[in-house]
Ligand binder design. Sequence first.
Ligand SMILES: [Zn+2]
Length: 551
Amino acid sequence: MLLLAALAACATQSPPQTTSGPDPSSSLESAFASVTPAELLAHVTVLASDEYEGRGIATEGERLTIDYLSAQFRSAGLRPGVPGRTFLQKVPIVGYSSTPEFSIASKLGERLLRFPEEYVARSRRLRPVVTVENSTFVFVGFGIEAPQFGWDDFKGVDLQGKTLIMLEGEPRKPSTAATPGSADRLLRETETYYATRSYKFEIAAKKGAAAVLLVHDEKLSATPFEELQKAYRRESFEIAPREETERPAVEGWITRAAFERICSDAGEDPADLRQRASAREFRPREFAAAASFAVTTELRTLESHNVVAILEGSDESLKHEHLIYSAHWDHLGRDVALPGDQIFNGAIDNAAGVAQLLEIAEGFASLERAPRRSVLFIATTGEERGYLGARYYTQNPLYALAHAAAAINLDAGNVWGRTTDVNNMGYGLTSLDGVLDQAAKRQKRTFVGEPFAEGVYYFLSDQVAFAKAGIPAVFPGPGSTYVGRPPGFGDEKWDDYGENRYHRVSDEVGPDWDLSGAAEDARWLLDVGYEVAQSDRMPTWNANAEFRRPD
Ligand SMILES: [Zn+2]
């Protein structure tokens, strides 16, 4: 029962004083020391055990997980984050699966397209039946309206009730489109939020479009069309929209061939349209063809939970402001249709990140004097289903979003030992890079001051929800240079994880695990958070970021 003993050791902590007291630095040192590989492993071993059944939302695995997290926050001496009451923020979720019908009308007559061969579509308006009649197609290029990058594909054209056709991704210099690379991005060196499907569905709704179809690009797309076919045929999950019009009535994807077919029915030239789309002067192009949809959707309601704890700040004038640490506790649960191992244990994704969150929280709670600003710890639900818990939190914040100094998200911890370097997947977007760099230096490590993988990972976890709410958000992670290992060791391990374990039943605690790196990374981020919570000024977005603090 070694594991349990270690956990018991950190029980019955009293909360730090909020009045003036002894030198904070020594207390900070002991907070760092309280973060240990053994305790990290103990948390991961529990959360990624078969008993927790892959931590699916609204399952027995959820109940075990949120009980465990609440108990850990409580025993660390933190206060319930849902003011005055509980550690649990209820998150209503809707399970939905849509069956679409889609036809196009042109001078050539009516044509029914085949689902899922030629297109996939659904309605996230979460209504049993949604129809769109005779809605004119409008090709809107990449569908991007980015004033800070001087790009506007809409040029003020009225798109109310139209069916928009949008290209996937973001514009690139035409000449090198065949071999994409960061050098030829037209908006910014790194990927922008405008390239994401979430943005494209949102802007279509904002323009009042009835429906939006993204043109799948086999070469560029991170998601093969087969994956989209699977995703649009199985049950998906969403949180209810604040306003129905926040989402288009119908959204989906068409294959390149289907796009070309619609173009030829409408007498349009797809190659010419694509070329025009990569020019700043692009204007929307209305087709002589119209779409009609009938989407029936099966719905069921579920209840899940964010687990939230708070450490109140010590400075009367600053404690109303807060720093957010987040890590998603949910994973893919159990697939009873699978032969053999059916449990997606999610050890790296994201039991490891949650373990770091718990250790950082325990470290802060052990401080003799709380930092000036308050610190919020949120173990989010539904990240695997579309950042549901983080989005729900920003739509139903427990503390004013305008007072959120920053958000630090932990997803997929390093389990292969110590690294000499660390990085931030959203490098270049906020003033926090400087804080990350200084804290790495204090550990005699290197902060990789350049974008990782063109910044695409920044849009693949909960930080994007906090960023969209205007909170300067970072997604820090380990670098790739491992202490005492040959060059390439890190890339090899992450590639193997990506190919053989990511979102597979094999994402389990391994015999080769060494959490000394994850512990050092957690101490790094504890130090970063302490700096932010102590600082006179709030972190800021850089000018080239697409996000801004709310006015
Ligand atoms: Zn994850």
